[in-house]
Design a binder for this molecule. Structure first.
Ligand code: PLP
Length: 388
């Protein structure tokens, strides 16, 4: 099987599992316990926090471990907006982009439904980019928070985060970015990005599902969304997932150390794959930005097919990928991301996303490109047969 669905999830890396193992077995203590076992768990958690802070260029106290990307996005969007509104009730608007993951979009809609906020949506251009001019157009004195993702999970477009954050800051507005898809591929130094909050999920970069983190700059006020025993300095209650934090720290450190090399290698493979697919299926349309895109994502529409049928034909040929985001799979509605890029509903339902992990090879992608050509032809033939 050739697995080209790494944007949905990745297998746990051997080194990550090895680093986690002691905290799943003999060193299983609760970091809040005042005995040796607890203290050793607390020190593992502190070590993980310090490694993460090193990888993100921030202070240890600015890391909140969470159960994943969704929780980190919820905490950022709700937590920052509600804290700002509590300090100044006039701050009752949040800005998100038109291509956010549901974890951000639904958090913003929750603020609208239950806390009187208005959600302002910044449009994207046909390549999925939020331009600084478009963002400037929606910022208001009442804006409590801007949340714009670093890289899109369906089409791979990478946003100019530093420029967008600067624009928000010029008006005194904090800036959050969902870096779940960017982690492992793009620079994550929070000082260079200039963001106030950033979400990361473990399972997209070789750590297990169910662990993630939110970076929150120390001057940024945050209202917790999970209440309880006051762990994570009161910002996220619940017994910490020590092994998960250790695994996430290991995966992030490995990604940072190999990132530049990995990025160039995989970007070159991606470009070759895009070229082969467009040559093999002349009416295929590459979605997302031609240059500012994740090294790991090649996404297309194949007009005259159905994305779901192409996926089935690909799987029959040993290639596993997806029609877009894993969360939207199975839904009949056209992808809101593709719709925001101006793609018609008819074409949007022909979308297929190929996403790679760092281990992808030329042979995999050569075989996958040949399978794409055959799968699309098979679906078109079937369609023509039905039409007769
Ligand atoms: N944000 C983006 C951009 C994602 O792609 C995903 C997962 O697909 C998430 C957030 C949610 O992360 P998690 O699966 O860790 O909850």
């Amino acid at each position: 099987m050739i697995f080209l669905d790494a944007a949905a999830t990745t297998p746990v890396r051997r080194e990550v599992l090895d680093a986690m193992w002691p905290y799943l077995t003999g060193g299983f203590g609760n970091p809040s316990s005042h005995h040796t076992l607890g203290e050793s768990a607390a020190s593992a958690l502190a070590g993980a926090r310090s490694a993460v802070a090193g990888a993100l260029g921030c202070r240890q106290g600015e890391i909140v471990f969470t159960s994943g990307g969704t929780e980190a996005d919820n905490l950022a969007v709700k937590g920052i907006a509600l804290a700002r509104q509590a300090a100044n009730p006039q701050l009752d608007r949040v800005v998100i982009s038109a291509v956010e993951h549901p974890a951000v979009e639904e958090s913003a809609r929750y603020l609208e439904r239950f806390h009187g906020f208005t959600v302002d949506v910044v449009p994207v251009d046909a390549a999925g980019l939020v331009t600084p001019a478009a963002l400037a157009g929606v910022l208001r004195p009442e804006t409590a928070l801007v949340s714009i993702m670093y890289a899109n999970n369906e089409v791979g477009t990478v946003q100019p985060i530093a420029a967008l954050a600067e624009l928000a800051h010029a008006q005194g507005i904090p800036f959050h970015t969902d870096a779940v898809q960017a982690a492992g591929w793009l620079p994550l130094d929070t000082r260079e990005l200039g963001v106030d909050a950033m979400s990361i999920s473990g399972h997209k970069l070789g750590a297990p599902k169910g662990c993630g983190l939110l970076f929150v700059r120390s001057r940024t006020r945050l209202e917790p969304v999970i209440h309880g025993g006051g762990q994570e300095r009161g910002r996220r209650s619940g017994t910490e997932n020590v092994a998960g934090a250790v695994g996430l720290a290991t995966a992030l450190t490995m990604a940072r150390d190999g990132q530049a090399e990995q990025q160039d290698r995989v970007a070159a493979l991606r470009d070759g794959f895009i070229h082969q697919v467009l040559a093999g299926v002349p009416d295929a349309v590459l979605t997302g930005h031609p240059i500012h895109r994740l090294p790991s994502v090649a996404s297309f529409c194949f007009p005259g097919t159905s994305g779901e049928s192409v996926l089935l034909e690909l799987e029959r040929r040993g290639v596993v990928c997806s029609s877009g985001s894993a969360c939207a799979a199975g839904s009949d509605a056209p992808s809101p991301v593709l719709t925001a890029l101006g793609i018609s509903a008819e074409v949007a339902q022909t979308a297929v996303r190929f996403s790679f992990d760092a281990a992808v090879t030329q042979e995999d992608l050569d075989a996958a490109a040949a399978a794409v050509q055959a799968a699309v032809a098979a679906v078109k033939n079937l369609g023509a047969g039905h039409g007769r």
